[in-house]
Write a protein that binds this ligand. Structure first.
Ligand SMILES: Nc1nc2c(c(=O)[nH]1)N[C@@H](CN(C=O)c1ccc(C(=O)N[C@@H](CCC(=O)O)C(=O)O)cc1)CN2
Ligand SMILES: NCC(=O)N[C@@H]1O[C@H](COP(=O)([O-])[O-])[C@@H](O)[C@H]1O
Length: 198
Protein backbone atom coordinates (compact mmCIF):
# COMPACT_ATOMS: atom_id res chain seq x y z
CA UNK A 1 0.00 0.00 0.00
CA UNK A 2 1.53 3.33 -1.13
CA UNK A 3 -0.17 6.29 0.51
CA UNK A 4 -0.72 9.80 -0.79
CA UNK A 5 -1.92 12.47 1.66
CA UNK A 6 -3.86 15.65 0.92
CA UNK A 7 -3.80 18.15 3.78
CA UNK A 8 -4.37 21.90 4.24
CA UNK A 9 -3.04 22.75 7.71
CA UNK A 10 -1.40 20.56 10.43
CA UNK A 11 -1.96 17.09 9.02
CA UNK A 12 -2.49 15.42 12.41
CA UNK A 13 -3.92 12.21 10.90
CA UNK A 14 -1.16 12.03 8.26
CA UNK A 15 1.44 12.29 11.05
CA UNK A 16 -0.23 9.45 13.01
CA UNK A 17 -0.33 7.22 9.90
CA UNK A 18 3.34 7.88 9.06
CA UNK A 19 4.33 7.09 12.66
CA UNK A 20 2.35 3.82 12.49
CA UNK A 21 4.14 2.88 9.26
CA UNK A 22 7.54 3.64 10.84
CA UNK A 23 6.63 1.57 13.90
CA UNK A 24 5.61 -1.39 11.72
CA UNK A 25 2.02 -1.11 13.00
CA UNK A 26 0.83 -0.51 9.43
CA UNK A 27 2.22 -2.31 6.37
CA UNK A 28 2.23 0.73 4.11
CA UNK A 29 4.60 3.28 2.56
CA UNK A 30 3.98 7.05 2.75
CA UNK A 31 4.69 8.22 -0.81
CA UNK A 32 3.50 11.82 -1.24
CA UNK A 33 1.96 14.84 0.48
CA UNK A 34 -0.10 17.36 -1.50
CA UNK A 35 -1.15 20.61 0.17
CA UNK A 36 -3.03 23.67 -1.02
CA UNK A 37 -1.08 25.75 1.54
CA UNK A 38 2.63 26.09 0.78
CA UNK A 39 3.32 27.67 4.22
CA UNK A 40 1.38 25.07 6.20
CA UNK A 41 2.76 23.14 9.20
CA UNK A 42 2.13 19.89 7.33
CA UNK A 43 4.44 20.99 4.48
CA UNK A 44 7.17 21.88 6.99
CA UNK A 45 6.74 18.49 8.70
CA UNK A 46 6.98 16.68 5.33
CA UNK A 47 10.23 18.53 4.60
CA UNK A 48 11.62 17.52 7.99
CA UNK A 49 10.94 13.80 7.35
CA UNK A 50 11.88 13.96 3.65
CA UNK A 51 8.42 12.98 2.47
CA UNK A 52 7.94 14.02 -1.19
CA UNK A 53 5.58 16.99 -1.18
CA UNK A 54 3.81 19.23 -3.64
CA UNK A 55 1.95 22.53 -3.31
CA UNK A 56 -1.07 22.26 -5.62
CA UNK A 57 -3.77 24.91 -5.22
CA UNK A 58 -6.20 27.22 -6.96
CA UNK A 59 -3.43 29.83 -7.08
CA UNK A 60 -1.48 27.83 -9.67
CA UNK A 61 -4.59 26.10 -11.10
CA UNK A 62 -7.55 28.51 -11.04
CA UNK A 63 -9.49 26.05 -13.20
CA UNK A 64 -10.84 23.30 -10.89
CA UNK A 65 -10.56 20.65 -13.64
CA UNK A 66 -6.89 21.51 -14.20
CA UNK A 67 -6.18 21.30 -10.46
CA UNK A 68 -7.94 17.93 -10.35
CA UNK A 69 -5.82 16.69 -13.29
CA UNK A 70 -2.62 17.95 -11.64
CA UNK A 71 -3.48 16.16 -8.38
CA UNK A 72 -4.21 12.91 -10.26
CA UNK A 73 -1.01 13.16 -12.34
CA UNK A 74 1.07 13.71 -9.17
CA UNK A 75 -0.50 10.78 -7.32
CA UNK A 76 0.13 8.48 -10.27
CA UNK A 77 3.69 9.76 -10.71
CA UNK A 78 4.38 8.60 -7.12
CA UNK A 79 2.64 5.20 -7.67
CA UNK A 80 0.08 6.07 -4.97
CA UNK A 81 -2.63 3.39 -4.59
CA UNK A 82 -4.42 4.78 -1.51
CA UNK A 83 -5.32 8.44 -0.82
CA UNK A 84 -5.96 9.96 2.64
CA UNK A 85 -7.56 13.34 3.22
CA UNK A 86 -6.08 14.68 6.46
CA UNK A 87 -7.80 17.98 7.20
CA UNK A 88 -7.99 18.78 3.47
CA UNK A 89 -10.33 21.73 3.10
CA UNK A 90 -10.96 21.59 -0.66
CA UNK A 91 -13.32 19.49 -2.72
CA UNK A 92 -11.57 16.57 -4.45
CA UNK A 93 -12.50 16.47 -8.13
CA UNK A 94 -14.16 13.80 -10.33
CA UNK A 95 -11.01 12.77 -12.22
CA UNK A 96 -9.14 11.80 -9.07
CA UNK A 97 -12.24 10.26 -7.47
CA UNK A 98 -12.93 7.99 -10.45
CA UNK A 99 -9.27 6.99 -10.84
CA UNK A 100 -9.11 6.11 -7.10
CA UNK A 101 -12.62 4.74 -6.66
CA UNK A 102 -13.05 3.26 -3.15
CA UNK A 103 -9.39 4.05 -2.41
CA UNK A 104 -9.81 7.58 -0.96
CA UNK A 105 -10.50 7.89 2.78
CA UNK A 106 -11.35 11.07 4.73
CA UNK A 107 -11.60 11.67 8.47
CA UNK A 108 -14.32 14.07 9.63
CA UNK A 109 -14.60 15.31 13.24
CA UNK A 110 -18.21 14.33 13.89
CA UNK A 111 -20.49 11.29 13.92
CA UNK A 112 -21.64 11.56 10.29
CA UNK A 113 -24.17 12.08 8.88
CA UNK A 114 -24.58 14.65 11.65
CA UNK A 115 -22.56 17.92 11.39
CA UNK A 116 -21.18 17.22 7.93
CA UNK A 117 -21.28 18.81 4.49
CA UNK A 118 -20.14 22.09 3.01
CA UNK A 119 -19.41 24.70 5.67
CA UNK A 120 -18.87 21.97 8.30
CA UNK A 121 -15.15 21.63 8.97
CA UNK A 122 -12.68 21.95 11.84
CA UNK A 123 -13.83 24.03 14.82
CA UNK A 124 -17.12 24.92 13.10
CA UNK A 125 -18.12 21.30 13.67
CA UNK A 126 -17.21 21.27 17.35
CA UNK A 127 -18.97 24.59 17.93
CA UNK A 128 -22.15 23.19 16.33
CA UNK A 129 -21.95 20.01 18.45
CA UNK A 130 -21.61 22.07 21.65
CA UNK A 131 -24.37 24.51 20.60
CA UNK A 132 -26.71 21.56 20.06
CA UNK A 133 -26.02 20.22 23.53
CA UNK A 134 -24.84 16.84 22.25
CA UNK A 135 -23.60 14.44 24.96
CA UNK A 136 -21.60 12.29 22.54
CA UNK A 137 -19.43 13.24 19.57
CA UNK A 138 -16.62 11.53 17.70
CA UNK A 139 -14.91 11.09 14.34
CA UNK A 140 -15.84 9.34 11.12
CA UNK A 141 -13.63 7.74 8.49
CA UNK A 142 -15.52 7.47 5.22
CA UNK A 143 -14.82 6.70 1.60
CA UNK A 144 -14.69 9.94 -0.38
CA UNK A 145 -17.23 10.44 -3.12
CA UNK A 146 -18.44 13.49 -5.07
CA UNK A 147 -20.76 14.87 -2.37
CA UNK A 148 -18.98 16.40 0.66
CA UNK A 149 -19.07 13.89 3.56
CA UNK A 150 -21.61 11.69 1.73
CA UNK A 151 -19.37 8.69 1.01
CA UNK A 152 -19.95 5.31 2.76
CA UNK A 153 -18.88 5.26 6.40
CA UNK A 154 -15.96 2.90 7.10
CA UNK A 155 -15.42 3.45 10.86
CA UNK A 156 -16.44 5.74 13.72
CA UNK A 157 -15.02 6.64 17.13
CA UNK A 158 -17.21 8.00 19.94
CA UNK A 159 -16.17 10.43 22.67
CA UNK A 160 -18.08 12.01 25.53
CA UNK A 161 -18.96 15.70 25.39
CA UNK A 162 -18.36 17.07 28.90
CA UNK A 163 -20.49 19.80 30.55
CA UNK A 164 -17.53 22.21 30.72
CA UNK A 165 -16.19 21.46 27.25
CA UNK A 166 -14.97 24.28 25.03
CA UNK A 167 -14.33 24.03 21.28
CA UNK A 168 -10.64 23.52 22.08
CA UNK A 169 -11.15 20.75 24.66
CA UNK A 170 -13.67 18.89 22.47
CA UNK A 171 -11.43 19.28 19.41
CA UNK A 172 -8.51 17.77 21.35
CA UNK A 173 -10.57 14.77 22.50
CA UNK A 174 -11.99 14.09 19.03
CA UNK A 175 -8.67 14.70 17.25
CA UNK A 176 -6.93 12.20 19.57
CA UNK A 177 -9.27 9.52 18.21
CA UNK A 178 -8.84 10.43 14.50
CA UNK A 179 -5.35 9.04 13.85
CA UNK A 180 -6.01 5.62 15.51
CA UNK A 181 -9.34 5.42 13.65
CA UNK A 182 -7.65 6.02 10.28
CA UNK A 183 -4.91 3.48 11.09
CA UNK A 184 -7.58 0.92 11.97
CA UNK A 185 -9.44 1.65 8.70
CA UNK A 186 -6.23 1.34 6.65
CA UNK A 187 -5.40 -1.93 8.34
CA UNK A 188 -8.80 -3.31 7.39
CA UNK A 189 -8.45 -2.00 3.83
CA UNK A 190 -5.02 -3.59 3.47
CA UNK A 191 -6.29 -6.93 4.85
CA UNK A 192 -9.30 -6.85 2.51
CA UNK A 193 -6.98 -6.36 -0.48
CA UNK A 194 -4.87 -9.36 0.55
CA UNK A 195 -7.92 -11.61 1.02
CA UNK A 196 -8.70 -13.15 -2.39
CA UNK A 197 -12.39 -12.75 -3.30
CA UNK A 198 -13.89 -16.27 -3.20
N1 LIG B 1 -15.28 15.21 -3.24
C1 LIG B 1 -15.05 15.37 -1.92
N2 LIG B 1 -14.06 16.18 -1.52
C2 LIG B 1 -13.83 16.34 -0.19
C3 LIG B 1 -14.64 15.69 0.78
C4 LIG B 1 -15.67 14.80 0.33
O1 LIG B 1 -16.39 14.15 1.13
N3 LIG B 1 -15.85 14.68 -1.03
N4 LIG B 1 -14.42 15.89 2.15
C5 LIG B 1 -13.66 17.08 2.48
C6 LIG B 1 -13.29 17.18 3.93
N5 LIG B 1 -14.33 17.85 4.66
C7 LIG B 1 -15.00 17.17 5.60
O2 LIG B 1 -14.55 16.12 6.09
C8 LIG B 1 -14.69 19.21 4.36
C9 LIG B 1 -13.73 20.07 3.89
C10 LIG B 1 -14.08 21.40 3.58
C11 LIG B 1 -15.38 21.85 3.74
C12 LIG B 1 -15.75 23.25 3.39
O3 LIG B 1 -16.87 23.67 3.56
N6 LIG B 1 -14.75 24.02 2.88
C13 LIG B 1 -15.00 25.41 2.57
C14 LIG B 1 -13.65 26.11 2.42
C15 LIG B 1 -12.87 26.03 3.71
C16 LIG B 1 -11.49 26.66 3.60
O4 LIG B 1 -11.16 27.21 2.59
O5 LIG B 1 -10.73 26.58 4.59
C17 LIG B 1 -15.76 25.51 1.25
O6 LIG B 1 -15.59 24.61 0.42
O7 LIG B 1 -16.46 26.51 1.12
C18 LIG B 1 -16.34 20.97 4.22
C19 LIG B 1 -15.99 19.65 4.56
C20 LIG B 1 -12.43 17.23 1.60
N7 LIG B 1 -12.80 17.14 0.21
N1 LIG C 1 -13.83 18.27 7.30
C1 LIG C 1 -12.54 18.03 7.45
C2 LIG C 1 -12.20 18.49 8.83
O1 LIG C 1 -12.91 19.28 9.39
N2 LIG C 1 -11.11 17.94 9.34
C3 LIG C 1 -10.69 18.29 10.64
O2 LIG C 1 -9.81 19.34 10.58
C4 LIG C 1 -8.79 19.14 11.56
C5 LIG C 1 -7.53 19.65 10.89
O3 LIG C 1 -6.52 19.65 11.77
P1 LIG C 1 -5.04 19.25 11.29
O4 LIG C 1 -4.77 19.88 9.97
O5 LIG C 1 -4.18 19.76 12.41
O6 LIG C 1 -5.01 17.76 11.21
C6 LIG C 1 -8.73 17.66 11.84
O7 LIG C 1 -8.70 17.40 13.19
C7 LIG C 1 -10.03 17.11 11.28
O8 LIG C 1 -10.87 16.71 12.28
Amino acid sequence: MKIGFLSSHGGSTARAVVAACAAGELDATPALLISNNSASAVMRWAAEINLPRLHLSGAAYPDAAELDAAILKSLRAHQVDTVILSGYMRELGPLTLSAYKERVLNVHPSLLPKYGGRGMYGDLVHAAVLAAGERVSGATVHQVEAGIDEGPIVAQSRVAVLPDDTVASLRARVQASEGPLMIQALGALSAARETPAC
